[in-house]
Design a protein. Structure first.
Length: 596
């Protein structure tokens, strides 16, 4: 259900709210910019947000409500989960018997209304409101989340002793020294870490992160509170805000679990622990860093039950896949995977090792950390505290008669030199390196003082990658318009992208941009943003004779990139547009990742 422009125009003119030429001008802008006519009228100051909402409510025959004047019942608010409320702009604000009043911006969103009806087992009474009203109510969700922790936190406060909390509340101005005197003594930290309320807080944070498929948990202390954020499908999202007084207990509990020093507050610490239930088994990697307002914790969640994916499942296909498979059949040389932190490099290496992992092949790895357990593979965990680094581990591995060596990361000259030498002496070496493109890996190795002739002699192929969020099956098809194409042209050649889509047989040879279908996410109660999981976009640079010549001449990354593209290498953005045209991801997601 939507108000048609002519219908809206008739009501506005009848009510003498604006002149006909003003509406016509706004309608022209609406068509050119693909905006709602109502949004254009508001942005140009021709009508107020509430006035427009009331008029639309009258046209729809639905009551209007201004939530800023309503007292929201916290119990009614919690009936609609926060992710659904934020994505669909719908909040529940009053419950009377079996009736639940919900305020929304789109009364035609019958799918969400039906979901709430089934979840709450109540009759839903829709009300129209403004976006500002919705935003004001959404702020109350964090208060509700904290309320769920209220009983746990209050019990934890009592366990610390009423005298401490009383002192903290007695004065609003304290010196730094006075604040230090109110902190817990180190001797008490171990006891606090074992308190049931603190254990429940940490367990709840971990459980919610796992259920929401988070890859990382960030616990960030600030002056008055603690911000908890989850990284889900590569995007960092605010989960909840906790009071500052529980920080010492949370940090102590995590340090106990990760076997870290409780009395160390000035230096960074790293550790790990495991979480295991009947439903899941996770390895948690912990990093603690002193910051201005305390100690910040980041926990990386690694599912131990996750099996290695195939290259096809990761998103490799066509000529790029063939290049990787061809080079995996070579008994010697080096295969590099490159990209920023969190781009799935290690997962790709495991997919390659899964292909190589046969009874006739001896695979040895040195990793930090060991993220997946692989049968018949000798996996070594780096431990710098005892001197076991990538370099020292690799030096030992070559004496273990391996056929394939996987080095988690090449990050210094020593590791790079040892990996190159291993590739020269009859081993197939797989590793990762941090660069922005496949071509950029070669100057990076030269920067590490590796001789160019050694790089050209050993390097077989380089794979660069990023991860983009995957669209759910329920998505909306559309075609790119001129303003969107103009924006895309800033990052790639439109003609080249069109040629790539034709070569992939996603469109006909005579087709142009107006014939290409792309897809937008369609939010649902289960996937509030319309995405679930991620898929890779890749560029695969095979080291051909001409590329070898450029390496020896110490050519720039741009020169190597140009030669590789001339020889048929598909870039990441081109691969991304193929996946967007296939409906695996969206154009917006491709541009977000490429721009980053």
């Amino acid at each position: 259900m939507r108000v048609e422009p002519q219908q809206l125009k008739a009501f506005l003119l009848d009510a003498n709210l604006l002149q006909e030429e003003q509406f016509d001008e706004a309608e022209k802008i609406s068509r050119e910019t693909n905006q709602r006519i109502g949004d254009v009228l508001i942005s140009r100051g021709l009508i107020g947000q509430e006035e427009l909402a009331k008029l639309e409510a009258y046209i729809f025959g639905i009551p209007f409500v201004n939530l800023e004047k309503e007292k929201i019942d916290p119990e009614a608010l919690k009936i609609v989960p926060e992710p659904i409320a934020r994505t669909h702009n719908i909040v529940s604000f009053r419950k009377r018997g079996n009736n639940l009043e919900v305020a929304m911006l789109d009364p035609d969103d019958l799918g969400t209304i039906d979901f709430i009806k089934k979840k709450a087992n109540l009759k839903i009474l829709p009300r129209l409101t403004t976006i500002q009203s919705i935003k004001n109510v959404l702020r109350q969700y964090h208060q509700s989340l904290e309320a769920e922790f209220g009983e746990i936190i209050s019990r934890q406060a009592r366990s610390l002793g009423e005298d401490v909390s009383t002192k903290k509340e007695a004065s609003t101005i304290k010196s730094v020294r006075e604040e230090e005197e109110l902190t817990l003594e180190d001797a008490e930290l171990e006891k606090v870490a074992q308190d049931l309320p603190i254990i429940k807080i940490v367990d709840t944070l971990l459980r919610h992160a796992i259920l929401q498929r988070a890859s990382d948990i960030h616990i960030e202390p600030f002056e008055k509170d603690i911000l908890v954020r989850y990284r889900i499908d590569g995007i960092l999202r605010e989960a909840m805000v906790l009071p500052k007084r529980v920080l010492a207990g949370i940090i102590a509990r995590i340090k106990v679990l990760a076997n870290l020093k409780l009395d160390e507050h000035r230096l960074p610490q790293d550790g790990r622990f495991k979480v295991e239930t009947e439903d899941y088994k996770y390895s948690i990697r912990v990093s603690i860093l002193p910051v201005f307002d305390g100690e910040k914790v980041v926990m990386r969640l690694l599912a131990e039950s996750t099996k290695a994916l195939t290259l096809e499942e990761l998103g490799l296909s066509g000529e790029a896949l063939e290049k990787i498979q061809t080079n995996l059949r070579k008994p010697v040389g080096m295969i590099l995977v490159t990209g920023p932190t969190g781009s799935g490099k290690t997962t790709t290496l495991y997919a390659m090792m899964e292909i190589l992992n046969t009874p006739e092949i001896n695979i040895s790895t040195v990793e930090d950390p060991v993220e997946y357990r692989m049968p018949r593979t000798n996996q070594t965990q780096v431990n710098p505290k005892i001197g076991l680094t990538f370099a020292s581990g690799l030096r030992s591995l070559v004496r273990q008669d391996p056929d394939v060596i996987m080095v988690g990361e090449i990050r210094d000259n020593e590791t790079a030199s040892l990996a190159i030498n291993a590739a020269l002496t009859g081993h197939l070496v797989l590793s990762t390196i941090h660069t922005n493109s496949a071509a950029g890996s070669i100057p990076r190795l030269i920067d590490m003082k590796v001789e160019p002739f050694l790089i050209s002699s050993t390097l077989n192929v380089i794979l660069a990658q990023r991860l983009v969020r995957r669209l759910t099956d329920d998505k909306t098809a559309y075609k790119l318009k001129a303003p969107e194409l103009k924006n895309i042209a800033k990052y790639c050649h439109l003609d080249k992208i069109l040629t790539v889509l034709k070569e992939a047989r996603l469109i006909k040879p005579q087709d142009d941009w107006e014939d290409v279908h792309f897809y937008r996410p369609k939010p649902s109660p289960e996937c509030p943003e319309g995405y679930r999981g991620r898929v890779g976009i890749y560029e695969v640079l095979a080291v051909s004779p001409s590329i070898k010549d450029l390496i020896v001449k110490e050519a720039t990354a741009d020169q190597i990139q140009a030669q590789a593209q001339q020889e048929g290498m598909m870039t990441m953005i081109e691969d991304g547009f193929i996946k967007a045209a296939q409906g695996l991801t969206s154009v917006e997601e491709i541009l977000r990742v490429i721009i980053e």
